[in-house]
Each structure stands twice: as structure tokens, then as C-alpha cells.
Design a protein around this ligand. Sequence first.
Ligand code: PGA
Length: 256
Amino acid sequence: MTRQAIVAANWKMNGDSALVDTMVSGLADIKLSSHVDVVICPSFPYLSELAQKIKAANLNEAIHVGSQNVSEHESGAYTGEISTAMLQNLAISYVIVGHSERRSIYKETSTQVAKKVHAALNAGLTPILCIGESETERASGATETVLSAQLQPVIDEIGIEKFNDVVIAYEPVWAIGTGKTASSAMAQETHQFIRQFLAQQNEQVAAKIPLLYGGSVNAANCEELFAQADIDGGLIGGASLKAEQFKIICSAAKGK
Ligand code: PGA
């Protein structure tokens, strides 16, 4: 069995139609290993445009479009929210759920994140579930407790077998947008913990699930990070806004 590698671009609240064009033309001649998927997650207003332009340019079919968030509710009076049905309607296949910025700035709880994962799965979308500890939590030795507390509500909500259709992104909060990457050894150690935590409940699911690393990944450090036994690609912020850098990062990913 080969485990799928995934490189996901999180544009956050950046980018415009010009970036959509630059990215689509920049990725035209991309060379990807087999068992690699690329997911580009722009802001909501550009999802449809990106999906259409990827199709029109006939890009590698391993390149997909993802959303940065989704509502846990089906429809109704939720001003400013976007539903899973709307994403389905736009042929979006992935959704980032529980990014640390959603958790810290918009106060999303792990219970709410679990409901979003559930809603995404029900709609046939692949959730990229983000987990990660803060700098103080890491310093006080609480990393494993924090990660377990973020994962357990999702396991309770959907059941461990459904993790067959989930991607996890481990992003230490102190490494996001700071230029401070976790060392490859530290990232590997934490990824191994996450896989073992899941293996306690289901070994097959744990062996198969793609575990992405995120936090200041760039063209210079991606190769070493992706070479680690339990790192199956990355969730890329800043470096995903530059087509050349992002291409190098995508090309460094390999299924394991
Ligand atoms: P960064 O962001 O690569 O800019 O650190 C990663 C993320 O927040 O997903």
C-alpha cells in the first residue's frame, strides 16, 4: 500500500484574480510523482474561478480546489457562512477545517470543528483537519495532551473508521507565518505520536491517513521535512502565494 501525499496551498485572506491566473499558468508544466495530490485553497470568492481556470487550462488532474472553511450547518439563517452543498455545487473536493487562525481568532472549539468535519464528510468533501499546539503548550510539555484533546472530539463525532476519508495537518501554532519551522526531527516525532494515537483505535486507518506538516514550509526546507517517515506532504501558507516556490514544494512530495 502506498500512502497518498498531499500538498495544500492555504492562501488565507490573500490573492485575487491575478494570482489565480499566475498560479494556473505557473502549474501548467508541473511534474508530480504518482500518489501526490495538490490542493489549492483560495478565499471563497475565487473558488469557482480557480476551478474553472484549472479545467480550461487542462492542468494535471492531481490538482484540486479546496475551501478554507465551511459551516457545520446545512442551510439557513447563518449570515456570512458557506455550506457544504455550496462547495459541492462548485465541484470543490477538499476543505480545511479547524485551522489555528479559525480556532484562535474566531473561537472555533474542537467540538465545532468535529461537527464541520462530519458535515464535510457527509457531503463527500475531504476535510483537512488542522491540529497544533501553541508555543507555551510546547514549552510546558503539553503538546501530546493538546493534540489528543483536539483529535478525540472528532473521533467521538465521526468514529475512527471515517478517518479513512480525512487528512490531518499538524501545524505547530508557533511555526505558522513566523519563519520558525519545527526541525524535521521534531516534526517527525510529533507526526509519529499522531499516527500512534490513531493506531491505538485502528491500525489500518493510522497506517493509511496522510499526515501533513504545516508552518513556514518553503522551497528550501520542504525536501527534508517530506523525507520524514510520517510526514506525507504539507499545508503551505506564505510560500503558496508564489507559483515558483509552490511548484518546487509540490514536486518534492512523494507517496510513501
Ligand atoms: P505558513 O502558513 O506556511 O505561512 O506558515 C501555514 C498555514 O497556516 O497553513
